[in-house]
Write a new protein. Structure first.
Length: 116
């Protein structure tokens, strides 16, 4: 199983980005799938989580601005980020747990920079 994250970039404050996390090598929906982020000098923190039943959790910093979703047909989890702030600048990682083996997988990070 491999996770491939993409979609990061440079955006102005107030802008939007959509991150994608494609799961390769598993036909089973991972449970859960998380988006984490790590800013320079900071600990990695969870931003959003989606479970196989469709339920979602968000960090307080992400509520009302970020939306996590999943397209099972594409084996992809998205993170729609709106109203971006400079403090959202970080490397974003997707993470998923296999529901049968309980093994955890990480994608490579994708850099998000919010700056004018």
């Amino acid at each position: 199983v491999q996770l491939q994250a993409s979609g990061g970039g440079l955006v102005q404050p107030g802008g939007s980005l959509r991150l994608s996390c494609v799961v390769f090598g598993s036909s089973i929906v991972m449970n859960p799938t998380n988006w984490y982020r790590q800013a320079p000098g900071q600990q990695r923190e969870v931003v959003a989580t989606i479970f196989s039943d469709g339920s979602k959790n968000y960090a307080d910093s992400a509520k009302e601005r970020f939306t996590i979703s999943r397209d099972n047909a594409k084996n992809t989890v998205y993170l729609q980020m709106d109203s971006l702030k400079p403090e959202d600048t970080a490397v974003y990682y997707c993470n998923a747990r296999h529901p049968i083996t309980s093994k955890e997988y990480w994608g490579q990070g994708t850099q998000v920079t919010v700056s004018s």
